[in-house]
Design a protein around this ligand. Structure first.
Ligand code: MSP
Length: 668
């Protein structure tokens, strides 16, 4: 019987669109799920959405939608993103699912009937956005919510309480006797010292002030509080209380709940206590991963500093995003997400190291042997050390993945990639190719490169599920063959001689950023050409005296004619620049916040060489409001400013209204 492996992500709040922070957690979970499938485990991978609560209700209202219609539309966004990122979940739970709703009500009722839930009056400082009560001493300085820093209100309501105190000691004992339960270990110490050891209070588990949620079945004026609604998703998705317990029997307890560090407390305190009360075994591990930071601040919807993963995927592909997050964000700790780091990692690891290794190998195989892989001869010392590494790498990746150490796992694969590139330099196949007597040596060298690339492609499957099949295809290892399995890389040399490789387009074409030498040279060249044109124009003006004005409907470089209907498609609006800053490491870009009527949006504009942010803030301008969004260095731009300029862009002048105008007015 296969070993089972049950992995979950948090269920994401459908209070707004998914961002790259959500993607980060799902990518890690997907990589683990794919890895365990690859090594032969019987995997169940669960994800989903947390759709109840006051925030959802409020946000739906703002958009004039019913809460259900609102969450339905966000659900589409989440699923579309998971699809683009190849998130291979086996089940997707929504807390609005009927099966979940009934199961949560049954759980609540059972706990009530056995005396673990009781009702009492409750009063305290309540934070509406966080839906949490705080005691006087828990409040942050200024008597505000310690989580979000917003003002709290004094609230009194009748509430159901969970008798958490009853299970506290059992939980402490469990954590102490199972060091692997809370990971990384630092988070375990934090939980014990800050929450468990000081003593656990009973927990309020219902609200009368929230409507959008699951009602207590026997007291419908109470709505089951979000955590008691959300946490059981991990078992309701397996059919708990439905009478069909096959999945529960097969997969519970979960091997790992992967969660962000901010919700580890709920998963390591409330969830285990619920499970104890239900007499169910505890999950084997709760892993609290770190946050993605943007300029050292947590990326979050409320702070408005989120990166839209869709724009990165559209521009660079989903595997590039997966590779960056898995290899460059320190697993278990916080990590900065910047486009500069992303570009660097793309060009170095993907374009130079992996992409070039494949294209060089396949190109040489085609050039010297018409694409046909040759049988390898007796290995030399250089070959032996490469073979050794190819055999050790799967074990290294395996060990790292059992510790959820994605960085180390990817680094091990790249060690083999780099070793192969070095092997090319050391064996110098192009020199061997000049000497016919070295033909079998040349064939052997190319064999080892192709076989190592096969090993790399097998290993990369969980991390970069779109890239591996591309490598297999170029190597001539088609379809789901035994040559793509984990077992196939336990022994070296399974790639049969006679396999025919075929060069296709490069895996990762380099990103031409302002930083790369090539781009710099190109810009220099353009500048020179522009200068020549300007000088020529100036000279002509000097020589020709005043230029003659002629009457005509044609300009020398006029664009093709359009109709009035074409013109009417463009939505020009008056707007005001309310904030502006330089885009780091992009000489020409400014990020502007513009107000159009009662709305605000971000526009990225290439005018940094002509205006400073200070000169722009407060200016009234005209924008194209209905331009399709476009991403510049990971920032989504939603519109365009109108400006006049000469062809060479030496001078750029913003268009402004002749007198102050109402923001939002149309320009026709
Ligand atoms: N709905 C709850 C979870 C209930 S689980 C029973 C919730 N949802 S959330 O959408 O706010 O966040 C869910 C998870 O998204 C986080 O725990 C984390 O895994 C991920 N992230 C959200 N923002 C993130 C970053 N800025 N960085 C990294 N991960 C982030 O909490």
């Amino acid at each position: 019987m296969d070993k089972t492996y049950y992995i979950t992500t948090p269920i994401y709040y459908t209070s707004g669109k998914p961002h790259v922070g959500h993607a980060y957690c799902s990518i890690m979970a997907d990589t683990l799920a794919r890895f365990h499938r690859l090594i032969g485990d019987d995997v169940f991978f669960l994800t989903g959405t947390d759709e109840h609560g006051q925030k959802v209700e409020e946000n739906a209202k703002k958009q004039g939608l019913s809460p259900q219609a609102f969450v339905d539309s966000l659900d589409i966004d989440f699923k579309a993103l998971w699809n683009k990122l190849n998130i291979s979940y086996d089940a997707y739970i929504r807390t609005t699912d009927e099966q979940h709703r009934l199961a949560v009500q049954r759980i609540f009722q059972k706990l009530y009937e056995q005396g673990d839930i009781y009702k009492k009056d409750y009063e305290g400082h309540y934070c509406v956005p966080c839906e949490a009560y705080w005691t006087e001493h828990q409040l942050a300085e200024g008597k505000v919510c310690p989580d979000c820093g917003r003002p709290v209100t004094w609230l009194k309501e009748e509430s159901y309480f969970f008798r958490a105190s009853k299970y506290a000691q059992r939980l402490i004992d469990h954590i102490e006797s199972h060091p692997e339960f809370i990971q990384p270990v630092s988070r375990s110490n934090e939980m014990m010292n800050n929450f468990l050891k000081p003593g656990l209070q009973d927990i309020s588990v219902s609200r009368t002030s929230i409507n959008w949620g699951i009602p207590v079945s026997f007291d419908s004026k109470h709505t089951i509080y979000v955590w008691i609604d959300a946490l059981p998703n991990y078992i309701t998705a397996l059919g708990y209380t439905t009478g069909n317990d096959q999945l529960m029997k097969r997969f519970w307890p979960a091997n790992i709940h992967l969660v962000g560090k901010e919700i580890i407390r709920f998963h390591t305190v409330i969830w285990p206590i619920i499970l104890m009360a239900l007499d169910l075994p505890l999950p084997k591990q709760i892993y609290g991963h770190g946050w993605l930071l943007m300029d050292n601040d947590k990326m979050s919807k409320s702070k408005g500093n989120v990166v839209d993963p869709n724009s990165i995927i559209n521009e660079f592909g989903s595997d590039a995003l997966r590779h960056f997050l898995l290899s460059k964000i320190p697993t278990g700790n916080d990590g900065n997400f910047t486009m500069e780091l992303f570009n660097q990692s793309f060009n170095t690891d993907l374009a130079n190291d992996l992409g070039n290794l494949l294209s060089r190998t396949v190109a040489m195989q085609e050039r010297y042997f018409q694409g046909k892989v040759q049988p390898p001869c007796q290995p030399e010392a250089l070959d032996q050390s490469l073979i050794q590494l190819a055999l050790e790498t799967p074990q290294e990746v395996h060990d790292a993945m059992l510790l959820n150490d994605f960085n180390r796992a990817v680094a091990s694969i790249w060690k083999l990639v780099s070793r192969c590139n070095k092997y090319i330099d050391e064996t110098s196949p192009w020199t061997l190719a000049k000497d016919v007597s070295q033909s079998s040596r040349l064939g052997t060298v190319l064999y080892h490169l192709a076989e190592c690339l096969r090993v790399i492609a097998v290993l990369l499957q969980p991390f970069m599920p779109e890239t591996s099949p591309k490598i297999f295809r170029q190597l001539g290892v088609m379809g789901r063959t035994p040559l793509q399995t984990w077992d196939s890389i336990k022994t070296y040399g399974r790639l049969p001689a006679g396999t025919v490789v075929k060069k296709e387009e490069s895996l990762f074409p380099r990103i031409e950023t302002e930083q790369t030498e090539a781009a710099k040279a190109k810009r220099e060249q353009k500048k020179k050409t522009d200068e020549t044109i300007i000088k020529k124009g100036e000279k002509e003006m000097e020589d020709n005296k005043p230029l003659e004005i002629i009457e005509t409907n044609m300009l020398p470089d006029q664009k093709p004619q359009i109709t009035i209907d074409d013109f009417a498609k463009i939505d020009f609006r008056m707007a005001e620049i309310i904030a502006c800053e330089k885009v780091p490491k992009a000489d020409r870009l400014l990020k502007l916040k513009v107000q159009i009527g009662h709305t605000v949006r971000t526009i990225v504009s290439g005018i940094a060489e002509h205006y400073t942010p200070d000169q722009l803030i407060g200016k009234q301008i005209c924008v194209v409001a209905n331009l399709a969004p476009h991403s510049f260095r990971g920032i989504e731009s939603n519109g365009m400013l109108l400006a006049a300029s000469d062809d060479a862009h030496t001078s750029v002048i913003l268009l402004q209204p002749e007198k102050p105008t109402q923001s939002g007015w149309r320009v026709k």
